[in-house]
Design a protein around this ligand. Structure first.
Ligand SMILES: [Zn+2]
Length: 257
């Protein structure tokens, strides 16, 4: 599939899933429904999906896209990845990919879901909260699957530069490799020493306990490494998708070096 970025920018969730399912079918990749989010105001049930690739491979990577799904590059990069999965993904890595965990926010093109909550909260409270059903569906699906790397694909819609939230016990080279990758490409890496009150060291915000998915999974030892990438929303969509694909590749290659 040759992607027309002007067209996919305006995709509904239905159209996105329709195209993604076609691609998975062509490549005999398993895409299944793991739960539903009910959008009560319009009387619709939105299915939530997991895509499973190379389930028997020894190394494990979990990718979540669309936690705040107005950040569309994360979800939409899956159309590119599954157009050519054998090229884009490593055959030595087992992937669990959640192509859009917040479909109502994707359709509304807003940060919050249909219940008005920011879904990037994975805590004992939200796992029991009535408004965070999508988080619970994800967590129930992943909780027994210890992973080598957890990746959450986000965007900073207001920025031109790249940065990332990372979790580590010791300085982890692969995170610095990602920063080096973008240092001189597009508009480079965030130069500021602080963003939204958090300290930034050469484009990385390190071990920030913000109750995000990546914080919870790393802190509870469900993921050995955890990263939230922030592609710059002020770049054209095609470039942000390229960044997501390259970041997934760099992180995957790190496991098989
Ligand atoms: Zn985000």
């Amino acid at each position: 599939m040759k992607i027309n970025y002007q067209e996919v920018e305006n995709y509904s969730y239905a159209k996105y899933i329709y195209e993604l399912e076609k691609l998975c079918h062509i490549h005999k990749i398993d895409m299944e429904i793991i739960g539903y989010e009910e959008f009560e105001k319009i009387g619709e049930k939105y299915p939530l999906y997991r895509i499973t690739v190379n389930p028997k491979a020894a190394k494990r990577v979990c990718i979540v896209a669309g936690v705040q799904a107005y950040e569309i590059a994360g979800p939409l990069c899956m159309l590119e990845i599954f157009s050519n999965p054998h090229e884009m993904l490593s055959s030595q890595v087992s992937y669990r990919i959640y192509p859009c965990i917040n479909p109502t926010s994707f359709d509304l093109r807003q940060r919050m879901d249909d219940d008005g909550v920011d879904l990037n909260e994975l805590t004992p409270q939200t796992l029991h909260g009535r408004k965070y059903g999508e988080v619970k569906v994800f967590y129930d699906d992943i909780k027994d699957w210890e992973m080598d790397i957890f990746i959450s694909l986000h965007e900073d819609v207001d920025l031109k530069e790249f940065y990332a939230y990372v979790f580590e016990n010791n300085p982890e080279p692969v995170y610095r490799k990602i920063i080096d990758r973008w240092r001189n490409d597009f508009y480079g890496v965030l130069n500021d020493k602080e963003i939204y009150g958090d300290k930034v060291v050469d484009g990385l915000i390190i071990n920030d306990h913000d109750n995000s998915f990546e914080d919870y999974l790393f802190t509870n030892k469900m993921a050995k490494l955890a990263i939230c990438t922030e592609t710059p929303g002020l770049l054209p969509l095609e470039n942000r998708v390229r960044m997501d694909i390259d970041n997934v590749r760099i992180l995957s290659e790190h496991l098989i070096d």
